[in-house]
Design a binder for this molecule. Structure first.
Ligand code: N1C
Length: 247
């Protein structure tokens, strides 16, 4: 009996407890059926664990994307830049559009910070660098955005912000990673919803949108509509308004 007790105590002390980060990851993941969340967690960890947190390139997440690939959702895919709260305020209430944060990988990692350390098997959530180019969080969002844009099809929607002077910001992930990956004829059109809040600084006539048109592969139709934020909220709260007539 003494040996059994010693063995149990030893076993408990040797087994690493699940970190809060891993628990969050797994519990968010388990909301999605048809995925082996332990496998997804292992594929995620191999990208950054035991590495210098400034040496995690975008490609480090290739095995993660392969373990949890994005499914095309033709005519319902929503992209955004500087409008995260408006977009998710809407997509949370209505089933009209799907954003990256509505997919397994996007929802599991949204709002989280993580990194590894050379010589350690652990995941850290504080003191993670975000200023060096190849940091684990930025590299993930670039890789995931690329993979999500790669499966875009049909009529694609993007919410941009009329509250900035450059709604199509050439340094954004939307501009650098997503727009150039939309391929005709798989993608038929890109439809910009310009979110107009009070004291708006720009609208669909903004010069940066000319650059967006030019960046689109030829064969993809472009449109832009100025839509007051209140209209987006109204459509979010009134299920009797059909998705296609929201704006
Ligand atoms: O740089 P952005 O926006 O133009 O990126 C947004 C664009 C969306 O269309 C998404 O598909 O790229 C994708 N995306 C996310 O889904 C996402 N969720 C959380 C990109 N970034 C995302 N984040 C975090 O927000 C991430 O840390 C990144 O650096 C910011 C970018 O926000 P932005 O500048 O408003």
């Amino acid at each position: 009996i003494v040996i059994v007790i010693i063995a149990v105590v030893l076993g408990l002390t040797l087994r690493q407890n699940k970190s809060e980060f891993e628990s969050t990851f797994l519990s968010r993941c388990e909301k999605f059926d048809q995925y082996d969340c332990k496998k997804v967690w292992d594929a995620f960890q191999q990208a950054y664990v035991n590495k210098d947190p400034c040496k995690v390139p975008v490609e480090a997440y290739d095995p993660l994307i392969a373990a949890a690939p994005f499914k095309p959702q033709c005519n319902r895919m929503m992209f955004w830049s500087k409008t995260k709260d408006v977009v998710h305020g809407f997509t949370e209430k209505r089933d009209c559009f799907v954003t990256l944060e509505d997919t397994l990988l996007g929802s599991v990692l949204d709002g989280l910070t993580w990194c590894g350390k050379e010589g350690s098997k652990d995941t850290f959530t504080t003191g993670c660098p975000r200023t060096c180019e190849n940091n684990p969080v930025d590299s993930f969002w670039i890789r995931a955005s690329a993979a999500y844009a790669d499966v875009a099809c049909g009529d694609v929607t993007a919410m941009l912000s009329g509250s900035t002077t450059t709604p199509f910001d050439p340094t954004s992930t939307f501009a650098k990673v997503e727009v150039t990956r939309f391929k005709a004829p798989k993608v038929r059109s890109l439809n910009v919803v310009m979110v107009i809040q009070k004291n708006a600084k720009s609208n669909c006539k903004n010069a940066s949108l000319q650059k967006l048109k030019n960046a689109l592969h030829k064969g993809i139709t472009y449109s832009c509509k100025d839509v007051p934020e209140s209209r987006i909220q109204e459509c979010g709260s009134k299920p009797q308004i059909a998705c296609r007539t929201c704006w």
